[in-house]
Design a binder for this molecule. Structure first.
Ligand code: NDP
Length: 456
């Protein structure tokens, strides 16, 4: 395939960059390069691999602003957010740069001898990433995969390949051997699919929609590939009447409108206990009025455009279902794929807005009565990625968080993603965990070696 891919800047609709679009053949070439690089990479001493990862951290830090500007323009995210996200990518490499030198197994008493376990790299790992946090999510996958001794072939979303391609250049600059980090820019339907089906790829780590995740799991089955999936969400933000309601209301926009709502963790269902509904809504309205939607490169911007015209249309369709708009913010006119942050209330829990992932700046407020109903509503979804509980009762906060069928919860906070803690979903939000100490499980095989010590 030798078509040209034009990458569009969502805030201006102008062409930001052009790439030669890869196809299945280029995937085969990348897998061949990654396979060739594998023996030396996995055999490298732990100290040398750790040192290379630290060198990459330094190079990324040197290019932090450049990467942030590129991400802000390509994905349409406010520059301040882009700086934070690239910073998290760097932190991810810093965190996993310690992994090569950590203990890698156990010794287990076994009849007549001793068994020991070691962790081995899987081999060539395929990484398929979405457009909403392009380089950050790629780093969540690459850092543990590389630390564990795998080589990688990364397929970024076609809408946002720029920082991933630049990253591959920086990895070489940091001293990574050729073939250890490979990036292939092309569509999911050909490049992604080939990576999933390729017999030389041992594992696929995917972040994206639940629909494509299901296709990937099915496609990987034929070669018994390992798969981890980080998929969609429809998370609940529960505000009890005994909470600091003002704080919950001020924080709510960050939980649902961050990245213009294009966030798998978006707490897009805000469940509010009926006695404090009016108080909460007036606090939320004031907070939404503070959101500045505009040019991602302007330092005062707090929300950018949506990623594409098609996505904007899909998100805006949720405003045509007849749900009551309680209030909304403002957004520029075109060019650019703008949509004002909008709060719907009261929303019927069975409606499309309350059940489907919107992945845009639309929040559904649903009133409830009592703890039991809050938990039932929160769990009434096929997803289970994130969520929050607001209450001044510490025991209730923990009790409700434990009752919620979701992988990442917070009490009196809308933040649930950290480099040092596991991240992943329950139910159709996926399986496997990224970040934190569990991430290495996703990129290694456990090998048991039994040594007989007693004589026959
Ligand atoms: P998609 O699932 O459409 O795409 C994700 C990636 O998969 C892209 O790189 C895409 O390629 C690729 N892809 C598409 N089809 C296939 C296929 N058949 N085989 C292999 N790869 C394929 O999601 P979006 O990028 O549109 O992101 C939005 C969705 O992702 C939302 O539903 C959101 O919830 C979810 N998401 C989940 C996250 C999480 O951590 N759980 C984080 C971010 C998003 P291309 O687009 O280039 O064709």
């Amino acid at each position: 395939m030798s078509e040209t891919l034009e990458v569009i800047e969502p805030a201006t609709e102008a062409v930001l960059a052009s790439f030669e679009r890869a196809g299945a053949e280029e995937v085969d070439e990348a897998v061949a390069r990654a396979t060739e690089a594998l023996p030396a990479w996995r055999a490298m001493t732990a100290g040398n691999r750790a040192a290379l990862m630290r060198s990459l951290v330094q190079v990324m830090e040197d290019h932090h602003e450049e990467l942030a500007q590129l991400e802000a323009r390509n994905a349409g995210k406010p520059i301040a957010s882009a700086r934070g996200e690239i910073g998290m990518g760097i932190e991810t490499f810093r965190y996993f740069s310690g992994a090569p030198e950590q203990p890698i197994g156990e010794t287990i008493p076994a009849d007549g001898g001793l068994a020991l376990t070691v962790r081995e790299p899987i081999g060539v790992v395929g990484l398929i990433t979405p457009w909403n946090f392009p380089l950050t999510i790629a780093c969540w996958k690459m850092a543990p995969a590389l630390a564990a001794g795998n080589t990688v072939v990364l397929k970024p979303a076609e809408l946002t390949p720029c920082t991933s391609v630049r990253f591959a250049e920086l990895a070489l600059e940091a001293g990574f051997p050729e073939g250890v980090v490979n990036v292939v820019v092309g569509p999911g339907s050909t490049v992604g699919r080939r990576l999933v089906e390729h017999p030389g790829v041992g594992k696929i780590a995917f972040t994206g929609s639940t629909e494509v995740g299901a296709e990937i799991a099915a496609g990987a089955a034929a070669t018994i590939k390992r798969v981890t999936l980080e998929l969609g969400g429809k998370s609940a933000n529960i505000v009890f009447a005994d909470a600091d309601v003002g704080l919950a209301a001020r924080s709510a926009p960050g939980g649902v409108f961050d990245n213009a709502g294009q966030d798998c963790c978006a707490r897009s269902r805000i469940l509010v206990e009926r006695p404090v509904l009016d108080e909460f809504l007036s606090g939320l309205e004031a907070a939404v009025a503070q959101i500045t939607v505009g040019d991602p490169l302007d330092e005062s911007t707090t929300m950018g455009p949506l990623i594409s015209a098609a996505h904007r249309e899909q998100v805006a369709s949720f405003l045509d279902d007849g749900e009551t708009v309680a209030f909304s913010g403002t957004a520029p006119d075109g060019p650019g794929f703008w949509l004002a942050p909008t709060v719907l209330c009261p929303v019927d829990p069975g409606s499309r807005a309350a059940t489907e992932e919107i992945f845009g700046p639309i929040a559904s407020v649903i009133p409830f009565d009592g703890e039991e109903e809050a938990i039932r509503l929160a769990n009434d979804t096929i997803y289970g990625l994130s969520g929050s509980v607001w209450t001044r009762d510490g025991a209730r906060g923990l009790r409700v968080a434990r009752a919620m069928e979701s992988g990442n919860l917070s009490v009196n906070s809308n933040s649930s993603v950290r480099v040092t803690t596991p991240f992943g979903g329950f139910k159709r939000s996926g399986y496997g965990r990224e970040l934190g100490p569990h991430a290495l499980d996703a990129y290694t095989e456990v090998k048991t070696i039994y040594v007989r010590t007693e004589e026959e």
